[in-house]
Design a protein around this ligand. Sequence first.
Ligand code: 5AD
Ligand code: SF4
Length: 483
Amino acid sequence: MYNEIDLDKIDINLKPPMEEPARQYYFMARCREWVREFERKNGRRPTAFIQTFGCQMNSRDSEKLLGVLRTIGYQEADSEKADFVLYNTCTVRENANQKVYGKLGFLQTLKRRNPKMKIAVCGCMMQETDEIETIKRSYRFVDIVFGTHNIYKLAELLDKQIQTEKQTIDVWEDTAEIVEDLPNQRKFPFKSGVNIMFGCNNFCSYCIVPYVRGRERSRNPEDIVAEVERLAADGVVEVMLLGQNVNSYGKTLKEPVSFAQLLQRVEAVEGIERIRFMTPHPKDLSDELIAVMAQSQKICKQIHLPIQSGSTEILKKMNRHYTKEQYLGLVERIRAVMPDISITTDIIVGFPGETEEDFLETLDVVRRVRYDSAFTFIYSKRSGTPAAEMLEQVPETVVKERFERLLLEVQKISSELTGKDVGKTELVLVEEQNAQNSEMVTGRLSNNMIVHFPGGTELIGKILPVKLIEAKGFYYIGEQEQK
Ligand code: 5AD
Ligand code: SF4
């Protein structure tokens, strides 16, 4: 296991081993020599900064990348004024790419002042050939580029770049491999994401994810449970099981396991108090899963159920494999056994061919389901996806106007819903000191709502009963319940 590996015991004069993760520990040991040399010359350790764009999957990947850098000997920096800067990118919407290029321009000016600075870019955007070409052509100062399938190779790529001093690019189209037991550095000591699967096989017609994250692969349940046990032993009380479509977890394993069965195994881990997961696809959310959630003491009563559109016609064009009625039926089945569950969603406005009638169907679903919150997106054309070829793109002004109407509706409903629990006492996992007021702390309810209440930093990581005094739109002000 990684925390038992002593890098000093690795002979870096031998050839690198071929098997993983031993190979990466070998390169970590080599990079650490380079870090020690840096320390001797500069009288300080080199610093590293990682910025993550996009989803929780990327956040978890960044924890792994930071774990490798820490093991090598880098010290974490809190801004780009660092010796190593890594952008872990997202490409789900077009403006995400533009943002990265803007930031790279800024890094170039920093590198002029610190020519030894290393710049690396990885993640989903780097899985697109056009972007790699742009980096090669116009961003020569970027030292290392890698994709989503080989993030575990950071130490090896860094070593190669140090040796060659050339732009090092390594991007794979896909992989069947899952490398276990590498270091990781959690952002929060008391909660953690846990990957249960990688990739996506759904090919929703607007979405680039299946092309940049590859085919679905599930981790073995034993590896997942072992990781959760290690986390629990290390003080973690909340885990978020991560996958692009958790409902299809385990289908391709040699001994198939359902997601509901996996949840039960995670639930059995002592010390874990809260379990969340992300993201289930409405098309194959099973009654078994609903039943397991309903009877569980640990699985949070919260579900993120992306609708994308309320129009059956558009859902068909999106390749989502459910109708408006089936989705509403699913929500009904969930609420029948968990009336208080919080339901959140993702909605795309302006998908090609969306008419006013289609949009009204979306508003209708929003009003019927009454989401606790919804992430609303303007459709973004991603080249390489089938939707990008669809001819009837909706004019920008029409999309903007629909988007505003949707946002108003979503916000109105969520602020009405926040009020419903005022006066109740609920358990809160305290996450951090309040950003505005150092005499308060901020935590989350089981349904993921945020609560601020008076208290000190010694409460961080604890689960406490808090009385919800006041609802303020998207959060509560509370008061710790005295025993
Ligand atoms: N345009 C807009 N939103 C998108 N999403 C995925 N692809 C696109 C796109 N091309 C949204 C979906 C998904 C969320 C993570 O991002 O709503 O659920
Ligand atoms: Fe994209 Fe659909 Fe896969 Fe989600 S399920 S990652 S929206 S293709």
